[in-house]
Design a protein around this ligand. Structure first.
Ligand SMILES: [Zn+2]
Length: 227
């Protein structure tokens, strides 16, 4: 395990928003986690075992149709990108190359984005920023789908709005039971976010983004289970 004792003053170090860095709250010394000797793992094929507990061999996703881009982008996000802020930019870049008419951001299909975020608005807090929306089906047109914000993942239909706060995330399902990779957040699998037409990189990047927000927003979170 990582030593979380500050080598400068002996204080207990804390995770920063960047998963590669710990910081001592007493003397502000920063410690690069990448320098850990025990941290050597195959980043292209193994998700950081300190941060994730895989309950199955998620590399099996690579053998599935559409699964390779999905899992590869997720691994790059959590193993190498490491911050939610950078992962967000990567997700937006992927989405900007997508021709998926059921997906929207503030700048891509802004009309759809506005309709959808109005539906989700009842659970948003002041200052919370909706980032991306995905229709649940081709006829949804902003009435049924999911929104990822900088604080939570929301799913709604015409009747109800459900959400999981990213700081409360303990498990993530990387689902490829069909041919369309999707993610489900937490045990209840209450919310689902699936992105078609992006080469499935978008779904992987969205999964990584949610995990990076979870670690940044709950400093006590040690591990996320991948189920
Ligand atoms: Zn210190």
């Amino acid at each position: 395990m990582v030593s979380n004792i500050c080598q400068n003053c002996g204080g207990l170090m804390e995770w920063t928003g960047d998963r590669r860095k710990m910081r001592c709250p007493f003397c502000m010394t920063e410690f690069l986690v990448e320098e850990r000797e025990t941290d050597a793992f195959d980043k292209a094929n193994v998700i950081d075992p300190l941060l994730f507990r895989s309950e199955w061999d998620i590399n099996k996703l690579r053998e599935k149709r559409n699964g390779k881009d999905f899992i590869t982008e997720f691994m790059i996000g959590v193993n190498e990108v490491c911050t939610a802020e950078k992962e967000k930019e990567i997700l937006f870049k992927i989405l900007s190359k997508s021709d998926n008419g059921d997906m929207a951001t503030e700048t891509i299909r802004p009309e759809l984005f506005r309709t959808a975020t109005q539906r989700a608005a009842s659970v948003l807090e002041p200052g919370e920023t909706p980032l991306v929306y995905q229709n649940s089906g081709i006829f949804s047109k902003g009435k049924e789908g999911s929104v990822i914000t900088d604080r939570r993942t929301i799913t709604f239909d015409t009747k109800e709005v459900k959400f999981e706060l990213h700081k409360d995330i303990r498990s993530l399902q990387l689902d490829n039971s069909g041919d369309i990779p999707s993610i489900r957040v937490n045990e209840q699998f209450a919310v689902r976010f699936s992105m078609i037409g992006t080469g499935y990189k978008g779904t992987g990047a969205a999964a990584a983004l949610i995990c990076l927000y979870a670690f940044a927003q709950d400093p006590d979170l040690k591990q996320i289970r991948l189920v």
